[in-house]
Design a protein around this ligand. Structure first.
Ligand code: GLY
Ligand code: MN
Ligand code: MN
Length: 460
């Protein structure tokens, strides 16, 4: 495993040039309230280059391929309270870095490391205060120019280099993501079954009961934490896009939308399922569900190497637009045919988010959504809803190893002209896909998605 991180550091060294230097801190610990911190989560860039999860650590890579780690020193008293520390003595052997020092030496050592480099690279706008720290170190280098030291003249954003690397998941990363997805799929199955079982028993079911099932299965599978705040939304709550698992009653006859995924060994999964609380769809619920599912099938078919990132979204919108007309949620006499619905974005009140995002260590993972070789090909269009001028650039060409979500939805709020039978129904179906040469591999289908399969699972 060490070799994976060493290879990534070598790629960074190559890209910053022989006289460059890159500085990558991990995330700070964040206080929650008196004496207590939020659960610690390392910085994704830092982990990507070290595999090291302790707080209070920095990585420095120089263009000659040399890497130096600064980490918390061994301290028996602190380790009794806070736990084991690797310490700089053991770090080179364990992490494959060339040198390691106590983080207490960072300010003393960084100016010397920066001397005689032409450019200093670090992640811009991700670590508050980092720019000031770099300025302080550069000031110390400048103080030595009369002694013949050269001071870096350029500061460069390291995010672009690392984002591009992280966008393509290697075999090891794909394996971890498959495993995270399997755990999350089991968690969704468990929540669906608990909902139906409790309602059959006549219990008072609350959103938090289903959230408890998710958390149980995540931890049971070895996941460290949820990859993001779980959404467990009963009934009309599903129409609130960023709703959280709360205490609302889960009632027979209503749908439940769960958007939840675990993080396993630093990699996220991201699954949404919408199911009937008691295991039986009503007619209108099923009609809307099948429309969202059909739009997801179209998006999956459009997810393959060579297509663009926007293609699955456009495939989704085409199916949803036609379906909204067919089901009477949009009136063709007012909005015209499906092409008009797409051009005027008349579907927007029911589908107001995009269909995909990159997925990786961060749930909304890094990586440019514009094709790098085509950034200069900008065109302008007027948004039909806001009237704003929007600059479009060709969207990213999908390549094997990229991982994205495919998550169409429909959210129907009570409104004039909208058939009442659909009011307050919110549906999203979300799966995670690894792009392959021929198409894509859906890694989250351990939880069923077809309406009849969900009903069968919940009867069981
Ligand atoms: N769970 C966050 C998202 O689906 O984008
Ligand atoms: Mn998502
Ligand atoms: Mn999601």
């Amino acid at each position: 495993m060490n070799t994976v991180y060493a290879q990534r550091r070598a790629r960074v060294a190559h890209q910053i040039g022989p006289d460059g230097i890159a500085i990558i801190p991990t995330a700070p610990e964040r206080p929650r309230n008196r004496d207590g911190d939020f659960p610690y989560r390392h910085d994704s860039y830092f982990y990507y280059l070290t595999g090291f999860t302790e707080p209070n650590a920095w990585l420095v890579i120089t263009g000659d391929g040399h890497s130096t780690l600064f980490c918390a020193p061994k301290d028996m008293e602190r380790e009794i309270w806070d736990g084991y520390r690797l310490g700089p003595e053991a770090a080179p052997e364990k992490l494959g870095v060339d040198a390691a020092h106590s983080v207490a030496e960072l300010d003393a050592k960084l100016p010397r490391l920066l001397e005689n480099r032409d450019a200093v690279w670090y992640p811009f706008a991700t670590h508050p205060g980092l720019e000031t720290r770099v300025d302080g170190w550069l000031a110390k280098v400048r103080a030595r120019v009369r002694a013949g030291a050269l001071c870096p003249e350029t500061q460069r954003d390291l995010c672009g280099v690392l984002d591009e690397m992280r966008l393509f998941k290697d075999a090891h990363e794909q394996d971890v993501m498959r495993q995270a997805s399997r755990i999350s799929a089991r968690a969704h199955v468990r929540a669906m079954q608990r909902s139906a079982r409790m309602l059959r028993e006549g219990s008072d079911v609350r959103e938090y009961h289903l959230d408890a099932e998710l958390l149980h299965e995540f931890r049971q599978g070895g996941s460290q934490f949820p990859a993001y705040t779980s959404i467990v939304a009963a009934g009309a709550n599903a129409c609130v896009l960023h709703y959280r698992a709360d205490a609302a009653p889960v009632r027979a006859g209503e749908l439940v939308l769960i958007d939840a995924g675990c993080e396993l060994d630093s990699y996220a999964s991201d699954i949404t399922r919408t199911f009937p609380a008691d295991g039986r769809f009503s007619g209108p619920q099923r009609a809307l569900y099948d429309l969202v599912l059909a739009s997801q099938h179209a998006a999956v078919a459009a997810t393959r190497a060579g297509n663009r990132f926007n293609d699955p979204h456009e495939a989704t919108v085409a199916v949803l637009s036609q379906g909204l007309l067919d089901l009477g949620l949009l009136d063709a006499d007012k909005v015209g045919g499906p092409a008009d619905v797409i051009a005027s974005r008349a579907y927007f009140p029911f589908y107001m988010h995009r269909t995909s995002h990159w997925l990786g260590m961060d749930v909304h993972d890094c990586g440019s959504y514009v094709e790098p070789t085509e950034v200069g090909q900008a065109s302008e269009r007027r948004d039909p809803l806001s009237g704003e001028t929007i600059v479009n650039r060709p969207s990213r060409i999908l390549r094997p190893g990229m991982v994205l979500t495919i998550e169409p939805g429909l959210y129907v709020r009570p409104a004039e002209g909208v058939p009442e039978q659909f009011w307050n129904i919110g549906i999203r179906i979300e799966d995670d896909a690894i792009v392959t040469a021929q198409g894509c591999e859906l890694i989250t289908r351990g939880v069923p998605v077809e309406g009849a399969e969900i009903e069968a699972l919940m009867r069981g």
